[in-house]
Design a protein around this ligand. Structure first.
Ligand SMILES: *Cc1c(COP(=O)(O)O)cnc(C)c1O
Length: 344
């Protein structure tokens, strides 16, 4: 594609920019609905059952956003004055406006990535959790994992890595919440069912509006008792909806899109390789997130502005540039991006 032919901005800011397609809009229009606050909505119920099965847990509940799903889990797990552990850069630490602390009452403890980008070692969990002290000491009661780790560049935790971290947490009496906003990506990248990546965790949150095309919605899942409590907490937070089946129908179509994530991963790999060829320093993406170093920290805004002018929408992420592949892109879009980006 010639550079003079720049016609349409290619949006790589996030995998949330996808729009519901005709099939999804059709399913939403045709959805069977009820009043979910009063006595249940059949399509919301169906979505919860299907996600619970995919995740290998007893029950699941639709929520309007991933942030609300994480908050509900943390409200259920944490008492005031408890501390929770999470890897540095985790969404619960950096992107939820402090709600784990000021609403759920938990003292955040950030763990350094001592086992590679986005990864903490079981030894670090053991060391941070410590052992129960006298009554006046902080109690560590929860480990929050994030798979894939978004800010580190969509980094995948393997089945064995999750198992070792869960075992470390358990050995210190900690519960485990998994922020699986992009768990589907980890599952596709590893070629294992999502349920293998939730083994031993108490609760998990997954997004339907990231890469899968749903306009709204996440699911929080765990035991039947947890989901019963989660339903109360969701209402308390203003997240109870009436004819939510219209939204759940979009979620059901979104789940059908999971295998398609392999295309996003292939495109991210090609994008990263092409940028490296042009002299940019990039991560080697496990999934759909490419992180690019600006030539210098001060040059970040200028690079973003130049790319925007060339018809590429990207965003900053921890001092780097983040490019995210998603379902509204084609192979030709990746070609066009590589054509439009000059060397640093
Ligand atoms: C997007 C995201 C969430 C939830 O985001 P919402 O915008 O509230 O749906 C949670 N965790 C991670 C890692 C995310 O990327």
């Amino acid at each position: 594609m010639s550079r003079t032919g720049v016609s349409r901005t290619i949006d790589l800011r996030s995998d949330t920019v996808t729009r519901p397609d005709a099939k999804m809009r059709g399913a939403m229009a045709d959805a069977d609905v009820g009043d979910d606050v009063l006595d249940g909505d059949p399509t919301l119920l169906e979505l919860g059952e299907r996600v619970a099965e995919l995740l290998g847990v007893p029950a699941a509940l639709w929520v309007p956003s991933g942030s609300m799903g994480n908050l509900i889990a943390l409200l259920a797990h944490l008492d005031r004055g408890d501390a929770f552990l999470a890897p540095a850069g985790a969404h619960v630490l950096d992107a939820e406006l402090g709600t784990p602390a000021w609403l759920a009452g938990g003292m955040p403890r950030e763990l350094a990535h001592d086992a590679g980008p986005g990864k903490v070692s079981p030894a670090a969990v053991l060391a941070a959790a410590g052992t129960p002290g006298p009554y006046y000491t902080l109690r560590h009661t929860l480990l929050c994992l994030e798979n894939t780790h978004m800010a580190a560049g969509g980094v995948v935790l393997t089945v064995a890595e999750v198992a070792d971290l869960v075992a470390a947490a358990r050995s210190r009496g900690l519960r485990v919440h998994l922020d699986g906003a992009r768990l589907w990506h980890a599952s596709v990248a590893l070629g294992v069912p999502p349920a293998e990546l939730t083994r031993g965790v108490d609760t998990v949150q997954v997004c339907l509006s990231k890469a899968l095309g749903a306009p709204v919605g996440s699911v929080v899942a765990g035991s039947a008792e947890f989901v019963e409590e989660a339903r109360r907490l969701r209402k308390m937070l203003g997240g109870g909806v009436r004819q939510g089946g219209v939204l759940a129908a979009a979620g059901l179509v979104a789940l059908d899109n999971i295998p398609r994530l392999a295309d996003d991963h292939a495109r991210a790999a090609r994008l990263a390789a092409g940028l490296a060829d042009r002299g940019w320093r990039v991560n080697k993406p496990d999934t759909n997130i490419v992180l690019v170093d600006p030539p210098s920290p001060a040059a970040l805004p200028e690079v973003l502005a130049n790319w925007a002018q060339a018809g590429i929408a990207a965003g900053p992420m921890g001092g780097r540039i983040r490019l995210v592949t998603h379902g509204d892109l084609t192979d030709a879009d990746i070609d066009a991006v590589l054509d439009r980006i000059q060397s640093p």
